[in-house]
Design a protein. Structure first.
Length: 268
């Protein structure tokens, strides 16, 4: 896929994204809107491994230099950055029948807003730090690993409790509240979280992943599901002895990190 150097569309929504938990928010919602209303969109890959998101043309759209961002060419090229803001903008403007959103004056709208804020300010940042220290940091720091993986586990406990008697997070149906969480929940294992400890979350995730538009959204923009998804990691461990050994070593390091600092799971 060609490197993005600027906007290419003249009409409709133009999505600028990459295959990350936050990046998937916008692509999943756009696929849901496409399925519901036939609304197509243009997508460009913003290669964060090459710092494309720091290019001047991109920061003119997304001042924070992060993905995702959208430009609405049907609204005077109006730009929206930050995943939470993108979900709210698209749902308000392009979901008139409230297929995945809720009426602004409804209690469900406020409930969805609360859980999306919880993800944006809690689960996303904490799980992101867990990813960094558990998987990517050059120096493995036991305290940081147990701190952020532990806090991520606590937050999944909150979500598991919410889903105790619900199929979906808000309103008894699939919505933007679920979409905001899916990219993160679908890579919980990569973050050091045993998703099996949270059976309600696991069942909810399976329910959401069965939706065709969700599957398509996860394949944007790379054309294939993430190699870091729970399913991909499970398959890799099963088929590749070296990856299975690496996973066992990572799990052992996580256990030792927790033991060293006396970590005990609790939620909320």
């Amino acid at each position: 896929m060609a490197e993005a150097t600027g906007l290419i569309a003249k009409s409709g929504i133009e999505l600028l994204t990459f295959g990350t938990p936050n990046g998937f928010k916008a692509s999943i919602l756009l696929e849901e809107l496409k399925a519901a209303y036939g609304k197509d969109y243009t997508v460009q890959t913003i290669n964060i491994m090459k710092n494309t998101q720091k290019e001047p043309w991109y920061t003119a759209i997304s001042p924070n230099g992060r993905i995702p961002a959208i430009v609405d060419h049907d609204n005077e090229d109006f730009a929206v950055f930050e995943g939470l803001a993108i979900l709210n903008y698209l749902a308000r403007r392009y979901d008139p029948d409230h297929r995945v959103g809720f009426p602004v004056d409804s209690d469900e709208y406020s409930e969805a807003e609360q859980w999306m804020a919880w993800q944006h300010g809690g689960l996303g940042p904490m799980q992101g730090q867990a990813n960094h220290f558990f998987r990517f940091a050059k120096e493995k720091i036991p305290y940081a690993v147990q701190r952020y993986v532990g806090e991520t586990e606590r937050l999944y406990g909150v979500l598991d409790a919410r889903l105790e008697s619900r199929d979906f997070v808000v309103g008894g149906r699939f919505s933007v509240a679920d979409i905001s969480l899916l990219g993160w929940a679908n890579m919980a294992v990569f973050s050091g979280v045993d998703i099996g400890l949270f059976p309600n979350v696991r069942r909810w995730l399976d329910r959401c992943l069965a939706r065709p538009a969700v599957q398509k959204g996860f394949a944007v923009p790379g054309g294939a599901a993430s190699q870091f998804s729970n399913a991909a990691l499970a398959k890799a461990r099963e088929e590749d002895p070296e990856k299975r050994k690496a996973a066992e070593e990572a799990a052992q390091f996580l256990r030792e990190s927790k033991e060293k600092y006396g970590y005990k799971y609790t939620s909320p």
